[in-house]
Design a binder for this molecule. Structure first.
Ligand SMILES: *[C@@H]1O[C@H](CO)[C@@H](O)[C@H](O)[C@H]1NC(C)=O
Ligand SMILES: *[C@@H]1O[C@H](CO)[C@@H](O)[C@H](O)[C@H]1NC(C)=O
Ligand SMILES: *[C@@H]1O[C@H](CO)[C@@H](O)[C@H](O)[C@H]1NC(C)=O
Length: 358
């Protein structure tokens, strides 16, 4: 047994040293050399933050490398505040694991949080939010005595972000949050939690512009993608969704001073047994103005687990306008689905099933 293992290690070692991105002149900060133990037990938060600090201290493009293994992290706050670097690549071959006790993440709302960073790219990696215990707390006492839980990966007030090839499993709350950001590309992701896990939105985007979500599979207990106030120029393409609640815009208009949602394209999305297909909602709170405008759904297919597969529920005070449906075919199991519109305006092209209500 020992010999094959030795050969394996040898091959892996050779692979790492010959790997072009690591052999390049780019400085690489390996979290293990900052003290992280990939044993699935030791807390490695400090080591990750030290590697981040080291990469931030330089201005040349830098790589933070996470070798294979399981790394337990508590709240990890990666701030751009005193970061001089605007080209940090985080390459992850390992799994980042949340603490087994959800209370350990406290009330901070996020587990791995990036704030005011620029030019951060995350390639590969698996995040395991270990949400199961929190979900069962929420599902058993109507959630009264349970903490809200933490978003697995949050980006606040950041720009030029890339997330490519990330797997996110079993988040306590949202898997990924993009809030107050400009230019973010999220692609080739796999996001997964059981259909009955509460509040586990796949990706939530708000107060952000220029966000692209592509080539990903999301199966979770809440919205696959949820779009909140102040999202604009959002592009979603080639997404498969299910289980989950579909793609939702809103609820908007709850706060008096709330930015609307503008220019959203959803192109080529497949729903498999999602609770809804596509959905928009604005609240009927007293104010003026259009809250949701210029939303295009093109090449949308699949099945909804409820009959209303297309639901645009907009208020008189906050109507939805400029909606385009083009090649949409959603069924309710193997039966026809229905579409429901209130105060929603726009056009339909090509095959649209259920028949457009715009
Ligand atoms: C769509 O995304 C899936 C991953 O979910 C990928 O395998 C496939 O190649 C993508 N299709 C295109 C046309 O890019
Ligand atoms: C809408 O958003 C897309 C990116 O998703 C962008 O390319 C396009 O220019 C935007 N259109 C307008 C009118 O802002
Ligand atoms: C819509 O999809 C269903 C199920 O895939 C299919 O049977 C039906 O023919 C499609 N309808 C149209 C109008 O393409």
């Amino acid at each position: 047994m020992a010999a094959p293992k030795l050969i394996q290690i040898l091959i892996l070692t050779l692979f790492y040293y010959s790997s072009p991105s690591l052999a390049s002149q780019q400085p690489t900060y390996n979290v293990v050399s900052f003290g992280a133990k990939p044993d699935g037990r030791s807390d490695t938060t400090k080591a990750f933050l030290s590697a981040w600090g080291a990469a931030c201290a330089t201005t040349a493009p830098a790589t933070i490398y996470v070798p294979p293994g399981r790394y337990v992290l508590g709240n990890a706050y990666f701030t751009g505040k005193s970061c001089k670097n605007t080209a940090i690549t985080i390459r992850i071959d390992g799994t980042l694991v949340a603490p087994s006790d959800y209370n350990a993440l406290g009330r901070s709302g996020s587990w791995l949080e990036f704030e005011r960073v620029a030019g951060v790219s995350i390639y590969g990696g698996t995040l395991d939010g270990r949400g199961a215990k929190l979900w069962s707390c929420k599902n058993s006492n109507s959630g009264r005595s349970c903490p809200k839980g933490a978003t697995s990966l949050a980006f606040y007030n950041s720009n030029n972000i890339i997330i490519n090839g990330l797997t996110s499993l079993n988040s306590q709350m949202f898997h990924i949050l993009v809030d107050g950001c400009q230019n973010a590309k999220l692609m080739n992701m796999r996001i997964s939690a059981p259909g009955n896990s509460p509040n586990t939105d796949g990706i939530h985007v708000q107060q952000s512009t220029g966000v692209t979500i592509m080539n990903s599979h999301i199966g979770t207990g809440d919205d696959c993608v949820s779009i909140g106030p102040g999202a604009s120029n959002l592009w979603i393409e080639n997404l498969s969704c299910g289980p989950g609640h579909g793609i939702s815009i809103g609820s908007l208009g709850w706060d008096m001073q709330e930015a609307g949602v503008q220019n959203v394209t959803v192109k080529t999305a497949t729903f498999t047994g999602t609770e809804n297909g596509v959905r928009m909602k604005t609240w009927a709170r007293p104010s003026n103005g259009v809250k949701i405008s210029y939303v295009t759904y093109q090449d949308i297919h699949g099945t909804s687990a409820t009959q209303v597969a297309v639901n645009f529920d907009c208020s008189k005070a906050y109507p939805c306008s400029g909606i385009t449906l083009d090649e949409v075919n959603l069924t309710y199991g193997d039966k026809p689905a229905t579409a429901s519109c209130a105060n929603a305006g726009g056009t339909a092209d090509g095959v649209v099933e259920p028949t457009s209500c715009l």
